[in-house]
Design a protein. Structure first.
Length: 327
């Protein structure tokens, strides 16, 4: 039995789907709210569903049956300004589950983020050394919350303190794919722009506000959610692997390339409309992200990551263009 917090969310529900398809008993801890998030789970057998506020009590009763805990639940809005909410859901919940997994000696995989790298001035090396982590400067409260947890558990490992038998922090870069539809403005550009493009409208992209980047040539490491799930499944099967790892493709691509992949998947000519970057985003906007993937490869992970064209093509043709876009 494997517990997935945030299991009704974007990445979490894709992991739940893959585990359920393998016959694993999956327990989901999440709030479903008033949106369509329940559809993310509707196609798959879920062994149990637990509200986050009841989770520690559930663990006290059922913990001995647990093979692993994958903690993906969090406030994921990078523009969230309620820092107390972020501390409660991102920091406190993570540290409580870390403590439980340490005591019960249950493997603990959790979601970190590329937002921990801030503006990228220190590079994108997933070095877990305390001094390397101390040099990073996240640019928003969300990134800071993830960084705090990274530093806590990496510090435990550096001091050889008691910790879960397997611990893995996953620094997700720009993830896109099915089941992100409930995320509103935090959806990927692929999901957020699809309806307009499908009806013949233009793709709206931010102009560059820096002279060293032309419009549309700002770059991101876009990673398909299917590849993120494949990596987590591999980690669950390789309990000897612990550490802090980037989850990206290792290759930055431009927003224009993303647009070209979308138009190709829709079989229509490119049409881009440039819009100004909102002032509220300017202070935390990243012009370049690219995951360093050497540590993950050195740990033994050999599977390839989908190219931007492959991932966007699969997402558009096999999900967004279908009557039922959920995995």
């Amino acid at each position: 039995m494997i517990l997935v917090t945030g299991g009704a969310g974007f990445i979490g529900s894709n992991l739940v789907a893959a585990l359920a398809e393998r016959g694993t008993r999956v327990v989901v801890s999440d709030w479903l709210g008033h949106d369509e998030r329940w559809r993310n789970l509707a196609k798959h057998a879920v062994h149990d569903l637990v509200a986050p506020e009841a989770l520690l009590g559930w663990l006290e009763r059922h913990g001995p049956k647990l093979e692993a805990l994958v903690h993906l639940g969090a406030v994921t809005r990078t523009d969230e300004t309620d820092v107390d909410l972020i501390v409660t859901r991102n920091v406190r919940a993570s540290l409580d589950l870390l403590e439980w997994c340490t005591g019960a000696q249950v493997p603990f995989l959790y979601a970190s983020s590329a937002a921990t790298y801030g503006d990228g001035a220190q590079g994108f090396e997933d070095d877990p050394a305390p001094q390397a982590l101390a040099a990073l400067r996240p640019r928003n409260a969300y990134g800071w919350s993830k960084h705090l947890v990274d530093r806590r558990i990496a510090g435990m490992a550096a001091r050889d303190e008691r910790r879960p038998p397997q611990w893995v922090g996953l620094k997700f870069f720009n993830v896109y794919g099915p089941n992100e539809y409930h995320k509103g403005s935090m959806q990927s550009v692929v999901a957020r722009s699809f309806a307009g493009l499908h009806s013949g409208g233009p793709l709206r992209l931010f102009r560059s506000a820096r002279p060293d980047y032309r419009d549309g040539e700002q770059m991101r490491d876009f990673v398909y959610v299917r590849d993120c799930v494949d990596l987590m499944l591999w980690l669950l099967a390789h309990r000897e692997v612990s550490g802090l790892f980037n989850v990206g493709t290792g290759r930055a691509r431009t927003w224009k390339a993303l647009g070209a992949a979308m138009f190709k998947a829709l079989d229509r000519p490119e049409a881009i409309e440039w819009i100004d970057l909102p002032a509220s985003l300017a202070a935390q906007y990243q012009y370049f992200t690219e995951a360093r993937m050497e540590r993950l490869r050195q740990a033994g992970y050999r599977a390839p990551f989908a190219s931007l064209e492959e991932g966007v093509g699969d997402y558009v043709k096999n999900y967004l263009l279908t009557a039922d876009p959920y995995r």
